[in-house]
Design a protein around this ligand. Structure first.
Ligand code: ASP
Length: 354
């Protein structure tokens, strides 16, 4: 862990909960450069200057910065692996974890971690901001402070939210159910297919019925491998045969998300179904996810999806695209004998089986 810059904030009280904050980059971590007036990534020592409230939280905070903070558009599976390794190495020492991350790909990273760290007993709360920490109207302050409080909260020494989640603008969302839906307003995230895990106003109102139950007897599992030879094929009216055929000709392609219409429908032209069937015969896993943000894929509801079901396309039910692609990467990276079974199974609350 000594390749990382680490900063500690100790509370007056002994035995306070310990939270590890991992800084990966994103808009949150920027301040004005006094000389040029432009926004630059801040030095991490400046965090308490910008948010002095951190010293009053009565929690022991450890802040670890990745060597090269990134705009989250540059996130990659290698960074997810690095996050898993950091959390695994510190898992016993801390009550909870906060990951400071750019908003653009936060839902992908939170989804990926929910599959790469299973049977969680501690919260991993992703957060970020729409305005940099150095700007007076920033949303970074509230997002960060509330995330830390959620990450450090326990009842009878057990975490209240043993899940990978996203906290943003008064809502705590399950990470693999969340989507970035807004780039200018503060309410950047929503989870259309799943209730909020908590709503935050004057109080933090946890939605205990929907938060995963902590199972002390199951061992937390950490996975570092993913399969990156995957792709997304979005269906649109007019999609043509040579485009689809070339898509499936890609060397080493192992898995594809098919982004379909409505409840999982796509064109029923023969050439299209043959492309899918040939790809499946070659060993490519195809997972059907809807372009709609609400509702679910029900293959066979319409004739236009019945044939896909017959040839072995897997239903993504009500998974978000972000959850589906990261689950596909995790499944294919760790299980090659029966990916279909694992894809259809609920692993981290990412889909509703009924
Ligand atoms: N482009 C930034 C990022 O995702 C946007 C943000 O942080 O809100 O890193």
């Amino acid at each position: 862990m000594n390749k990382y810059e680490i900063l500690s904030i100790k509370p007056q009280e002994e035995n306070a909960s310990k939270v590890l904050i991992i800084y990966t980059g994103g808009t949150l971590g920027m301040v004005y450069d006094n000389q040029t007036g432009s926004l630059i990534p801040f030095r991490f020592e400046q965090i308490t200057e910008n948010i002095p409230e951190l010293k009053r939280l009565n929690l022991e905070l450890c802040i670890l910065a990745l060597p090269k903070p990134i705009d989250s558009s540059n996130v990659s599976p290698a960074i997810w692996t690095e996050l898993v390794e950091i959390i695994e190495a510190n898992y016993e020492k801390f009550q909870g974890f906060v990951v400071l991350h750019g908003t653009d790909t936060m839902a992908y990273s939170a989804s990926a971690l929910s599959f790469m760290i299973q049977n969680l007993k501690k919260p991993i709360v992703f957060t970020g901001a729409q305005l940099p920490i150095g700007i007076p109207r920033t949303d970074a302050r509230e997002n960060l402070i509330t995330s830390i409080q959620i990450a450090g909260s326990t009842i009878n020494r057990k975490a209240i939210v043993p899940e990978v989640c996203i906290y943003f603008n008064g809502r705590l969302l399950r990470g693999n159910r969340a989507k970035k839906r807004e780039s200018s307003q503060f309410d950047a995230f929503d989870s259309e297919n799943f209730p909020y895990l908590a709503e935050i106003g004057v109080n933090i109102d946890y939605n205990f019925l929907n938060i995963k139950i902590l199972k002390p007897e199951t061992e937390t599992k950490f996975y570092t491998k993913t399969e990156n030879n995957v792709g997304i094929l979005k269906i649109f009216p007019g999609i043509n045969a040579s485009f689809v055929s070339n898509f499936f000709k890609q060397k080493d392609l192992k898995g594809v998300i098919l982004e379909t219409y409505g409840s999982g429908n796509a064109l029923s032209d023969r050439w299209f179904l043959e492309e899918l069937e040939n790809a499946i015969k070659k060993g490519i896993t195809i997972l059907n996810v809807s372009q709609c943000t609400g509702g679910r894929v029900i293959m066979g509801k319409y004739q236009t999806s019945q044939k896909m079901k017959e040839i072995g396309v897997v239903s993504g039910t009500d998974m978000t695209l972000e959850a589906a692609i990261t689950k596909l990467m995790w499944v294919l990276g760790n299980e090659s004998t029966n990916p279909k079974e694992l894809l259809e199974k609920e692993i981290a609350g990412e889909l509703t089986n009924y």
